[in-house]
Design a protein around this ligand. Sequence first.
Ligand code: SAM
Length: 189
Amino acid sequence: MPKIGNSLTQSHKYIEHFVEEGDTVIDATAGNGSDTVFLAKLVGESGHVYSFDVQQIALDRTAEKLDSLDLRDRVDLINDGHENLDNYVKSKVKAVMFNLGYLPRGDHNIGTRAKTTITAIQKSMELLVVGGIISIVVYHGGDSGFDEKIQVIEYLGKLEPKKYVVMKTEFINQENCPPILVCIEKISE
Ligand SMILES: C[S@@+](CC[C@H](N)C(=O)[O-])C[C@H]1O[C@@H](n2cnc3c(N)ncnc32)[C@H](O)[C@@H]1O
């Protein structure tokens, strides 16, 4: 692995920079549970993680990982779309992680979609404290296609600059459409 890392490792570095023990955070796409475990460790015993996925198998895999590390108590696993996250999360949050696309070792047809992803990002921005961060790892090409990436980037590029700083990083000399990372920092209400 190059020291620069990839979009996933870079997202963890940014999140680590913002999240502290005791924080409330969201994993918007639980998948196989790696990001939920990462967040559960960061927020510590006094913090809380809300973790969403539309597939029970993803939540089962995530629960298994959390159980094995004795982290299950600090996580709510929610079998619903992240576009409904405001039905479950009633407090402000410090960070929201999105890892778009489909479940590795799962059905490639059940992936995230532009419309619901954008709704979830909008709702996340509402819940975010000033000084909080949203990270989005965006897969494109292959079974993910390009539609979601194009629409999400177009939407984020129009956010009010006095309220949000939006950064996009991408690898421009690699093959097979490597995922890109987008981070949104809320700088004022
Ligand atoms: C690339 S995987 C996430 C990987 C995960 N973060 C990890 O650490 O393993 C994307 C996940 O998003 C889920 N997903 C698709 N649409 C969703 C939605 N509307 N709300 C929440 N999760 C969704 C898929 O079921 C899949 O498990």
